[in-house]
Design a protein around this ligand. Structure first.
Ligand SMILES: Cc1cc2nc3c(=O)[nH]c(=O)nc-3n(C[C@H](O)[C@H](O)[C@H](O)COP(=O)(O)O)c2cc1C
Length: 168
């Protein structure tokens, strides 16, 4: 798919069919995350693929936003392997994991898979449900599947460039 078509037409899907996504589509999505850039190339992301009923139920305990998606990715990062910027005021963990997640979100649409970025959950509760190691911080969850829902109105509502961009 043409790049502009992907970034324009990708939308947050809030209702999915039961049909599981194809393995080759999932692999394409995971590959897009693998090749994402990270600060100092530390690649501290950790991606969990959730498809079993047992684990989808755990997701449903933590968020109302699965929308019946048959696959959910949990994107985390190893907080012991982030790049700490000089001055120690910030580190690369959130940005790196966000870039990985964004690559996968766009790759999903390109592969014919609908998605939704989910932040509406308590990361500590989710880490406990999934029994993640203490060094991993969860950034987001990503619903993946074939959409039944069309884009919501807010997909078509974006501020003008002049409202968010300033030339200095
Ligand atoms: C960082 C982030 C967090 C989001 N969290 C949620 C969420 O928890 N639940 C949900 O239903 N949608 C969530 N969304 C989807 C947004 O509501 C949606 O992206 C936004 O309204 C724009 O619509 P569009 O993605 O269809 O263009 C999230 C999106 C982003 C970028």
């Amino acid at each position: 798919m043409e790049f502009n078509e992907v970034i324009t037409n990708r939308y947050s899907c809030k209702d999915f069919t039961d049909k599981q996504i194809d393995e080759h589509q999932l692999n394409e999505i995971l590959e897009a995350g693998r090749i994402a850039p990270t600060a100092k190339n530390f690649q501290e992301q950790k991606i969990y693929v959730i498809q079993s009923k047992e684990y989808l139920d755990k997701i449903d305990h933590c968020t109302p936003c699965r929308y019946h998606a048959p696959t959910v990715l949990v994107v985390a990062y190893d907080k012991n392997h982030v790049f700490n910027y000089p001055g120690d005021k910030r580190n690369s963990g959130i940005e790196d994991a966000s870039i990985v997640a964004t690559h996968m979100l766009l790759a999903a649409y390109n592969a014919g898979v609908d998605s939704c970025w989910i932040n509406f959950f308590d990361p500590e509760q989710l880490a406990k449900e999934l029994n993640l190691p203490k060094n991993e911080e969860i950034l987001m969850m990503m619903d993946l599947g074939y959409g039944k829902a069309k884009p919501l109105a807010n997909h078509f509502s974006r501020k003008e460039i002049k409202e968010t961009v300033q030339y200095l």
